[in-house]
Design a protein around this ligand. Structure first.
Ligand code: GLU
Length: 294
């Protein structure tokens, strides 16, 4: 049965090539979209040029294509969507939800305690920057209340943003847009109904729900897939030196990605086409493990 509307997406950052962890995320988000009769969009999250690896965006798209992923519509690039982020920030400034912040990292580290994702901003500039200081970053005001993200795989995930995170950055002092703003603006503008991504982003979800509420846009459905960890229990990432996947190895890699998601393909599925057709016919979120997988 098809959902009336399902629009999912995969949103890689070109800060490195695809590795086994990001491949699993792509596979899960793709199969969930197709199993629900939905669309699957690709968005390159190239928001942070200093951290980008030249050529990585093209290489990721080529690898996805070689693996047999079929995406709907044109690939979007966040680097071409700055006007949308600026409009959203203007709206948040006009409503009083966003304020300018002059604090340096050092000042915050000296005054703040640690929360769930770095320092909890102590609110220094909440009622205006200190005299003689100009705010270059913009932060979103958060409330002292629970925000619950209902996750289809992980269950209810709860944070109190005032205690756990603090007012967070929308536009960085160096002029780059923050992921938390851009992702919400794009998901809303692209009509994304279902976000299926890695569980490392669960910690960001209440912030994104806060941005949605402050902008007056809807909250999509969330599903956070298990992260892939190495033998030391660390999440696979560029920082932990996860090897890039090779398209020449696609059959083996795809079989492994599906197995990690609780869907080991039968031994006689030996081509990409066979594996995909088996996976599309057999995909069920109920079989996907919740916790980290290796
Ligand atoms: N660009 C993010 C990443 O590669 C994913 C963002 C998302 O799926 O919301 O980690």
């Amino acid at each position: 049965m098809s959902d009336p509307v399902y629009r999912g997406r995969f949103a890689p950052s070109p800060t490195g090539l695809l590795h086994a962890g990001s491949l699993s995320t792509a596979v899960g988000s793709y199969l969930e979209a197709r199993a629900r009769g939905g669309q699957w969009l690709l968005r390159v999250e190239d928001l942070d040029p200093p951290r980008e690896v030249p050529g990585a965006a093209d290489a990721i798209l080529r690898t996805l294509d070689a693996f047999g992923f079929e995406w709907d519509g044109a690939v979007e690039y966040q680097s071409r969507r700055h006007a949308l982020y600026r409009d959203a920030l203007q709206q948040l400034i006009a409503s009083g939800a966003a304020y300018a912040c002059a604090c340096t990292r050092k000042e915050i580290a000296a005054a703040a305690r640690r929360g769930l994702d770095g320092y909890v901003y102590p609110g220094t500039c909440r009622n205006g920057c200190p005299a003689g200081r100009e705010g270059k970053a913009w932060r979103l005001r958060v409330n002292d209340e629970a925000i619950v993200a209902a996750d289809r795989l992980q269950g209810d995930y709860r944070q109190n943003l005032a205690e756990d995170i603090g007012d967070f950055v929308l536009l960085r002092a160096d002029g780059f847009w923050a992921y938390q703003l851009a992702v919400v603006v794009d998901d809303a503008e692209q009509g994304i109904t279902d976000i299926v991504r890695g569980a490392d982003l669960l910690v960001s979800t209440p912030r994104q729900i806060q941005v949605q509420r402050s902008l007056g846009v809807g909250t999509p459905s969330y599903c956070h897939l298990p992260v892939l960890v190495n033998a030391a229990g660390e999440k696979l990432s560029k920082q932990t030196l996860a090897p890039a996947i090779e398209a020449g190895d696609a059959v083996v890699q795809l079989r492994q990605a599906l197995a990690r998601l609780g869907h080991p393909p039968p031994a006689d599925c030996l081509s990409l086409a066979d594996i995909w057709s088996w996976a599309r016919a057999n995909w069920s979120l109920a079989r996907v493990p919740r916790g980290p997988v290796s």
